[in-house]
Design a protein around this ligand. Structure first.
Ligand SMILES: Nc1c(N[C@@H]2O[C@H](COP(=O)(O)O)[C@@H](O)[C@H]2O)[nH]c(=O)[nH]c1=O
Length: 610
């Protein structure tokens, strides 16, 4: 059945009409401001449609499709719409084509995201091509490397015009539509970039920052309306996590009870398994429960849980990071953390929380020992506080919901560097599975890869004496001036060597290079990557945990997400050369070869003594 909506149904406000555009290529050079506004509004509509099935499609993305055409009197009308209901159901594009029928000829299809297009699934692309759609507007490229650009290429080779928001179409409303497209598939984008599910920390607290009275009583802090919003949040997630303490204190159900909707798996993180025998979470008739625990914990209780149908997963060392990595590997896209302060602090400090939803109720409970939403983070100065970005404030009944992101939604549009290029550097990177791991600031999940991470290492100084360099940055900056027979160069080398922080070392080295380029060794440009490689090799082999962290990234593209440094970093839009990422991948290959070789030797020795 065709749906014919006039533009009015989209409520295109006059503010949406773009006044200017700075198109870069393709058909968009002819695009008028008005048609840009239509493009933005219809793509946003596709994102809204896609959002209807949040929670149901994992691990697939949320896809929406709008087909619009020009009526005889020149008015733009929507002739078909569709969205992916759940994993494995009819693609959004097919539904929209079926709804639009003959009116697809010459029409424009709006997709919030580039569809999957591979050997085993070409249904979305062929539906639109065969229906005679002339133009496709795409919100974001597919975030997975092996799919990125494939459908776009296929459309173009079939003669369709393709415009991608932010690449071919530019203006303020296009940016807003692009944001909606990012948000609707934020879980997938985070998952692809960070190799952990998208994690939201949710809590309800009183105006004086308490999540329970001193007695532990907590029902209820937030209003019924707020709690219903929590049910919706649960419905959008693949899993809800709490700690053992919450099970002991609250005996929660953690179900989504807003009517229909997706039911997330419930997960309890408990090292000790010191949990009650009777608990709502052990009733798995409607929703499964999984317990994440530490190897060897209370075997008898594990058996008891198994008899109830509760899955128990043991980890060598239980922490939020390993549980998230495990859930990532099981295909989980998004997780809602509804835990108490201790686990929340541990999750926050391990860098795996991406978004926060805080319900603030206008109540005061007081109490010196009343718990607060986040436990010890080890911060001593307010400047260290984690700051939310893209903050939203919304009144929900009597409460205020404050939400925001701790890290921006990763924009995976730039391909940094190309996978072909990277697999030449590192054979572990497969063009079919590669994901990108970004690192930059030392507090990021892979921050230890940064040259600013404080991992002291023994390397020679200018005189060949072994010196404990506080960081790779110290070593790299000082070596710009090594071997120069000039007192200023020598004292600069010493100053960098003794710099109090990697930041200071970088400042000193860069400033001197700018002010006195004559003091920089003449072979620096040709030597700097080898100097860096030697320092990285020393750093990673000094610390076994760094070696295993680097090896654990095998198969992923490593990118230093520096927006400024276009030599060592990936740049803001992927224009950087990413030499730091490349050297780390090269080192990873070397370490992998070494570990494979030593395993083979070990194997031989074992065989000999057998
Ligand atoms: N007290 C409190 C919350 N507490 C959270 O909700 C859990 C109970 O979930 P359920 O058993 O499914 O109703 C509880 O264990 C804790 O994680 N949440 C809120 O939105 N507002 C509140 O006032």
């Amino acid at each position: 059945m065709a749906m014919a909506f006039s533009l009015g149904t989209l409520n295109l406000p006059s503010s949406l009409i773009c006044r200017s555009s700075s198109p870069t290529s393709s058909s968009s050079s002819k695009t008028s401001s008005l048609s840009l506004a239509f493009d933005a509004a219809y793509t946003k509509r596709a994102a809204e449609l896609a959002d209807k099935s949040a929670g149901f499609t994992a691990p697939h993305p949320n896809f929406g499709c709008v087909i619009a055409t020009e009526s005889a009197d020149g008015e733009k009308v929507v002739v078909g719409e569709g969205y992916l209901y759940a994993q494995g159901t009819t693609p959004a594009e097919l539904q929209a084509v079926e709804a639009a029928g003959e009116r697809c000829r010459g029409a424009t299809a709006y997709l919030n995201m580039e569809p999957s297009h591979c050997l085993v699934d070409q249904s979305a692309v062929s539906a639109l091509v065969q229906a005679g759609v002339a133009r496709v507007v795409i919100g974001i490229r597919h975030p997975l490397h092996h799919l990125r650009g494939k459908a776009i290429g296929a459309f173009r080779s079939e003669g369709l015009v393709v415009d991608v928001l932010g690449e071919d179409l530019h203006c303020k409303t296009v940016e807003e539509a692009l944001k909606s497209c990012h948000l609707v598939n934020a879980p997938l984008l985070y998952r692809a970039a960070c190799r952990v599910p998208f994690s939201v920390l949710k809590y309800a607290m009183t105006l004086d920052g308490k999540i329970a009275a001193s007695s532990g009583h907590a029902s209820w802090i937030s209003s019924k309306m707020s709690r219903s919003r929590v049910f919706e949040l649960r419905g959008r997630s693949d899993a809800v996590i709490v700690g053992g303490n919450t099970v002991r204190q609250d005996n929660p159900r953690l179900t989504a009870r807003h009517g229909g909707g997706h039911l997330p798996q419930r997960i309890v993180m408990s090292k000790s398994l010191d949990l009650p025998e009777v608990a709502n979470l052990w009733d798995v008739t409607e929703v499964p429960t999984m317990i994440a625990t530490q190897r060897g914990a209370k075997r008898s209780f594990q058996k008891f849980l198994a008899s109830k149908g509760v899955e128990v997963v043991e980890f060598e060392i239980l922490n939020p990071k390993v549980v998230m990595e495990y859930l990532h590997d099981r295909g989980c896209l998004s997780v809602l953390w509804e835990c108490g302060g201790t686990l929340a602090a541990s999750a926050l400090s391990s860098g795996i929380i991406h978004k926060v939803h805080a319900f603030v109720a206008p109540k005061i409970i007081g109490g010196k020992n009343a718990p607060s939403p986040v436990g010890e983070l080890g911060m001593v100065e307010m400047t260290q506080a984690l700051e939310l970005i893209d903050v939203h404030y919304e009144q929900v009944g009597p409460d205020m919901l404050v939400s925001g992101f701790l890290q921006p939604v990763p924009d995976l549009t730039p391909v940094i560097p190309s996978v072909d290029e990277t697999s030449a550097i590192d054979p572990t990177v497969s063009p079919y599975e590669a994901s990108i791991i970004f690192f930059y600031k030392t507090w990021d999940p892979y921050g230890a890869f940064s040259n600013f991470s404080l991992h002291p290492m023994k390397m020679p100084d200018e005189n060949g004496d072994i010196y404990m360099w506080p960081s790779v940055e110290h070593y790299y900056q000082a070596y710009k001036f090594a071997g120069i027979d000039d007192p200023t160069a020598k004292s600069c080398f010493e100053d960098i060597k003794n710099a109090k922080s990697p930041e200071e070392a970088a400042r000193l080295g860069r400033r001197m290079q700018r002010q006195r380029p004559d003091l920089v060794r003449s072979d620096w440009e040709s030597m700097k990557t080898s100097v860096m490689y030697e320092a990285l090799k020393c750093k990673f082999s000094t610390y076994p945990n760094l070696t295993s962290m680097l090896l654990s990234t095998a198969g992923s593209v490593l990118v230093e997400a520096s927006p400024h440094d276009l030599f060592w970093g990936g740049g803001r839009d992927g224009e950087g050369l990413n030499y730091l990422g490349r050297l780390l991948m090269q080192l990873r290959s070397e370490l992998l070869r070494d570990s494979n070789a030593s395993n083979t030797t070990l194997q031989k020795m074992e065989n000999e003594v057998r």
